[in-house]
Design a protein around this ligand. Structure first.
Ligand code: BTN
Length: 248
């Protein structure tokens, strides 16, 4: 495992993200918290992340950049990790895609999810926690009702994959991309993100800030927003939300 990291492992925990946030003040930069199982795995938008399979990867990384937080691309860190996970998938022969902003898909099914949470004490910035859940060998949708198409790396590639090997590859990719990303923000990953972005020129629906929005994707802005043309011809930059799965 990469020596730049302080690794903490739990057999079982409520949520690696929750643990990271609770302990962020005392844990150093690049602390990596893993668990074999999470009782209360957290997903985006208060959703639950099914985390009952020892075969899958549940990991949170504490990031405490040295530059002032106002100069940091905080909101884009999850997008950085979508690229990191996509590039790790490539190493196992999978063809990854990104569903804006940061779901990683294989064959149009979700294989990894990323939850970024910033830690503030009032105005004091303590760091960022990036939680990554990767379906390595077990696809929870196969056993449980998950309202989205899901898959696992092993079922898509047919290869044997060790979750710790996958994590080590992921961390290497993250380390190699970290400095340029902190300096240039989304611009540092724009081209590679676009390569995996599965929705250019497609009709999509989103929920953003509690509003339903539909339109055709024109691309991505310099800061990672989704650029959309609505039915009325208006161009909109969407900063938050997510592309919804098509129901038909
Ligand atoms: C999503 O797609 O909704 C994001 C899912 C993020 C899940 C990971 S698993 C490790 C870390 N700990 C958590 O409680 N959540 C993240």
């Amino acid at each position: 495992m990469n020596r730049d990291f302080n690794i903490l492992h739990f057999n079982a925990i409520d949520s690696t993200n929750a643990y990271a946030l609770e302990n962020i003040k005392t844990l150093p930069h690049n602390t990596v918290i893993t668990a074999d199982e999470q009782f209360k795995g957290r997903g985006r938008f208060e959703r639950h992340w099914v985390s009952d399979s020892i075969e899958n990867l549940y990991v949170s990384i504490i990031i405490k950049p040295e530059i002032p937080y106002r100069q940091l691309p905080i909101v884009n860190f999850p997008q950085l990790f979508s690229v990191v996970v996509a590039e790790a998938f490539l190493l196992y022969g999978a063809v990854p895609q990104i569903k804006w902003p940061n779901d990683v898909l294989i064959n149009k099914k979700k294989c990894a999810g990323i939850l970024g949470e910033a830690a503030f004490d009032g105005n004091v910035f303590n760091g960022i926690v990036i939680g990554v859940g990767v379906n390595i060998a077990d696809n929870p949708a196969g056993r449980l009702v998950i309202k989205q198409p899901a898959t696992s790396l092993v079922s898509e590639t047919g290869r044997h994959v060790e979750k710790n090997d996958f994590l080590a590859n992921m961390l290497d990719i993250y380390v190699n991309r970290y400095s340029a990303f902190c300096k240039y923000g989304f611009a540092a990953i724009h081209d590679v993100y676009k390569k995996y972005f599965a929705y250019i020129g497609k009709e999509v629906s989103l929920v953003s800030g509690g509003q339903n929005i539909s339109g055709r994707t024109l691309g991505l802005s310099d800061c990672g927003d989704l650029v959309l043309q609505t039915a009325s011809g208006e161009t909109k930059n969407i900063t938050m939300g997510e592309i919804l799965w098509k129901t038909s």
